[in-house]
Design a protein around this ligand. Structure first.
Ligand code: CS2
Ligand code: MG
Length: 401
């Protein structure tokens, strides 16, 4: 069996997605997600101009060898663009291998370790009434765990409370500028969880994403202040390139910690896992180089009783999400799966076998990862230049978003 084609489809059914399709001489095709939110076209070029030509003629069954060729052969290693491109190839090759075996991918990953995959959903609100309504909407959809994000008094726009992107006079989009005040945030968040707990009770698993905005000392303070509210986790409490910074946080709070959605290789987790500084690894199939390296990370994390929590917002395409759910079903140290759901247009472009029911996902039994991409429909949604927001402090200083 040989690879005869590797093509990249860019579609924007509500938001931009980049998908790789690999085709073999037997006509078997595989899909991989290569979506890097806000820098999509960099990965398109990496795949089209540098990777696709190398794939032609290769044996699609040699997944590990192809992964090592693309990782070590590039010389310039790691990074979000490289690892998203390699991820797309890895997932597409697993899709092909599982289709040839006429098995759903999870069967090639050790088979099912559970009946279904529990998820958490996003509740957002500018204020408590809006937040409570959003929580009730998620509960009505069946979610059993809820991430809580709200506005902060005095701040116009805050992460998780979406605003409209601005466009420059020449029509090119500019990142939306959000404002930030750490002191106001640290004062406000404990009052939010006090209110949510008194409204929704002590048992509902609640999560919160600090989105890389705190110093280790500030993260330690927030973790401690939130202990009375018994969070399922506090996510990205501090920029974790400084892995050692989590030692300070860990020494001050028992609030569970989740980190890693922006990480793209196992090296980013080395200290965090070896020293048990976190409780959940958040890496995503699409950003971490694919299923192959992510399973290695999960096995590494399992040695320290750390569980998985694959990143799953709207900017992980149904292709990346499907691959994640197959892994979620198969691995032993599964924790929880983030699932924000998709627009109707996205569901039309990416027809998938995975199902979401009563707050749980299942990958389905279709051979491969179980996703088909409708090229005709995809063509109706051309790429739209778009950026992630940026954060600025009151004095104008750029801050982590
Ligand atoms: C967030 C993401 O879901 C999360 O945990 O951190 O939505 C993140 O903001 C986006 O993936 C950025 O593209
Ligand atoms: Mg996050």
């Amino acid at each position: 069996m040989k690879i005869v084609d590797a093509s990249v489809v860019v579609a924007s059914p509500g938001r931009n997605f980049v998908t790789l399709r690999i085709t073999t001489d037997d006509g078997v095709t595989g899909l991989g997600d290569a979506t890097l939110n806000g820098r999509e076209l960099a990965v398109v070029s990496y795949l089209r101009d540098h990777v696709a030509p190398l794939l032609i003629g290769l044996d699609p069954h040699r997944i590990e060898d192809t992964w090592q060729l693309l990782y070590r052969g590039a010389y310039w290693r790691r990074g979000p663009v490289t690892m998203a491109a390699i991820a797309a190839v890895d997932v597409a090759l697993w899709d092909i291998k599982a289709k040839v075996a006429n098995l759903p991918l999870y069967q090639l990953l050790g088979g099912a370790s559970r009946e279904r995959v529990r998820t958490y959903g996003h509740a957002n609100g500018r204020d408590l009434p809006e937040l409570f309504e959003s929580v009730r909407e998620r509960l009505d959809q069946g979610y059993k765990s809820i991430r809580i994000q709200t506005g902060v008094p005095g701040l116009k726009r805050v992460y998780g409370v979406h605003g409209e992107p601005e466009v420059t006079p020449d029509g090119h989009p500019r990142p939306l500028v959000e404002d930030w005040d750490t002191a106001a945030y640290l004062r406000h968040i404990p009052t939010v969880f006090e209110a949510v707990r008194s409204e929704f009770g002590a048992e509902l698993p609640l999560l919160h994403d600090a989105h890389h905005r705190l110093s280790p000392q500030q993260a330690a303070r927030l973790g401690k202040d939130l202990e009375p509210y018994d969070l399922f986790w506090l996510e990205d409490c501090t920029p974790a390139e400084n892995q050692e910074g989590l030692r300070l946080v860990r020494s001050h709070t028992t609030t569970p910690l989740a980190i890693g959605e922006v990480f793209n290789t196992i090296h980013d987790f080395r200290t965090l896992v070896n020293e048990q500084l976190i409780d959940y690894v958040r890496a995503a199939v699409t950003h971490f180089g694919g299923v192959s390296p992510l399973k290695k990370l999960f096995d590494f994390a399992a040695q320290q009783q750390i569980k998985t929590a694959i990143h799953g917002p709207e900017d992980i395409s149904p292709v990346g999400m499907a691959a994640a759910i197959h892994l979620d079903l198969a691995i032993h140290n599964f924790g929880i799966q983030e699932y924000a759901g998709y627009t109707a247009a996205t569901e039309e472009v990416f027809r998938h076998a995975f199902t979401f029911d009563d707050g749980y996902l299942h990958p389905g039994e279709a051979p491969g990862i179980g996703v088909e991409l409708d090229d005709e429909l995809a063509a109706a949604y051309p790429y739209v230049p778009a950026y992630l927001p940026v954060n600025r402090l009151a004095d104008g200083t750029v801050h982590d978003w």
